[in-house]
Design a protein around this ligand. Structure first.
Ligand code: SF4
Ligand SMILES: [Zn+2]
Ligand SMILES: [Zn+2]
Length: 457
């Protein structure tokens, strides 16, 4: 499902065929649309649209070009409109110095008032910023004393430095279909720097139609062009982008979409199996301590799945480049289930890979590589560091000081058992990459792979 987090379906551009536009959006996979308002009248129409369509939500606000109309009466009316359950944001509001039609001082005063309204209503802000980066940052920093703002910088048009500041403020970043323009190389370079847990999709329709329809009216169905462009930028599939941006929008706009825990989940052309959340390490960098979600998948299991539940979740094992026992928890803690699953999938799966912390021998109190051979084609062992001391400090293994050496022993045994083995090292500041590579390649004789800290999946 895709969410168009910002469009203007209330504009008269859509009067002739609004319902047709909505139908095409649904057919293209747009599950939710958030209609952003530009004026008081637009806010009224936005709420009406949302109340008449299940899958449309509304934002109420006044565009900076219309700031002079933001008097006390208008604010009171917006406040009462926001009582609708379908209102999920205040926006679009902000600063626009491009045309200079409204004095900056008026825009700033009104924008501050809208920030106040969003706080009062506990609704996130949809922020419009054009050619006003410095004033925008100054106001956000002053108004959000905690240093964290609640909102999205819509139709992002800044450079990398502005992006960094927006991210520091905790803002989500949303791109429109102008990311697909031939001459948008700079914007695409900036989009590459946005963490995947902060990106949102929007069309800003009727404006900014994608390259393929440039110059024509934009509409929510064209958000697929944007998802495709972002998937190229981030080396993911359009489905991955759809899922993770939907998760982000759900989080920011408090849409209360159900996101059930995934036993089997797709990323790119691989299928990952989530069979346990337990682990024998307590790494201070573990993604499990900061989020339940990886690339938009909820991985927090309510209970560990049975063999039958795992196989039912897999459905088409032959569809994937590889099936991976994932590392959101240590799979060898459930060695029997792991082996039975691999055995059941063996014939149809192209490749089966195990991602492990390498504690399997310690956990099962016996060497297990021989048992995995023939069932598992590849194993990726997280050695993480170049010394036992560093490993013990950051990973706090439940098996104590001997663990690092035992992981190395496990890696050697996997190789000896004929399993295609790689060991990974984490690019933490204290890691001596040269030393780590030497241990992995020279001492253990297996493939070295560098893993980026904080990037999972
Ligand atoms: S080994 Fe992996 S799953 Fe276990 S605590 Fe460390 S990072 Fe988390
Ligand atoms: Zn805007
Ligand atoms: Zn807009």
């Amino acid at each position: 499902m895709l969410i168009d987090t910002h469009c203007h379906l209330d504009f008269k551009d859509f009067d002739p065929d609004r319902e047709e536009v909505l139908k095409r959006a649904r057919q293209a996979g747009v599950g939710i649309i958030i209609n952003a308002a530009s004026s008081l009248e637009g806010s009224i129409r936005s709420v009406e649209l949302a109340e008449n369509h299940d899958f449309i939500y509304a934002a109420v606000g006044i565009h900076p070009h219309e700031s002079p109309s933001s008097d006390e009466k208008a604010f009171a009316r917006l406040k009462s409109l926001a009582r609708s359950k379908k209102v999920v944001a205040v926006g679009e509001v902000g600063l626009d110095y491009y045309r200079q039609t409204v004095p900056g001082v008026t825009q700033k005063e009104v924008f501050r008032k809208f920030i106040g309204l969003s706080k009062e209503l506990s609704l996130p802000l949809i922020i419009h910023d054009r050619d006003a980066h410095a004033d925008m940052l100054a106001i956000l920093k002053q108004e959000f004393k905690s240093g964290k703002a609640d909102g999205v910088m819509h139709c992002f048009s800044g450079d990398a430095a502005f992006l960094r500041q927006c991210l520091e403020l905790g803002l989500f970043i949303s791109f429109t279909c102008n990311l697909t323009f031939k001459n948008a190389a700079n914007l695409r370079a900036v989009a590459r720097e946005v963490p995947l847990d902060r990106i949102l999709l929007e069309t800003d329709a009727p404006f900014l139609a994608p390259q393929a329809h440039r110059g024509k009216r934009n509409e929510p169905a064209y958000i697929t062009f944007l998802a495709q462009e972002l998937s190229n930028i981030h080396s993911l599939t359009a489905e991955d982008i759809g899922r993770l941006t939907t998760h982000n929008a759900n989080k920011l706009f408090r849409l209360n979409l159900m996101e059930n825990a995934a036993i089997a989940y797709e990323i790119r052309d691989s299928l990952y199996l989530n069979i346990t959340n337990r682990c024998t390490n307590d790494c201070d960098f573990c993604v499990r301590s900061s989020t339940d979600f990886v690339k938009g998948h909820n991985l927090k299991l309510e209970k560990e799945p049975s063999l039958e539940e795992i196989l039912a979740a897999v459905r088409n094992p032959d569809k994937y480049k590889e099936i991976v026992f994932c590392g959101y928890g240590e799979p060898t803690l459930r060695l029997d289930v792991l082996k039975e699953t691999a055995c059941a999938l063996k014939k149809k799966a192209k490749t089966i890979r195990l991602v492990t912390n390498g504690h399997g021998n310690l956990i099962n109190k016996r060497p297990i590589a021989g048992e995995l051979a023939g069932l598992i084609d590849k194993v990726s062992v997280s050695l993480n560091m170049d010394s036992a001391a560093k490993y013990n400090k950051r990973c706090k293994p439940g098996f104590g000081g001997r663990t690092f050496e035992e992981i190395k022993r496990f890696i050697a045994q996997c190789k000896a058992a004929g399993i295609e083995t790689e060991a990974t090292c984490l690019d933490l500041p204290e890691t001596n990459l040269k030393k780590c590579r030497a241990i992995i390649e020279n001492e253990l004789g297996v493939k070295f792979r560098l893993r980026r800290y904080n990037v999972v999946g």
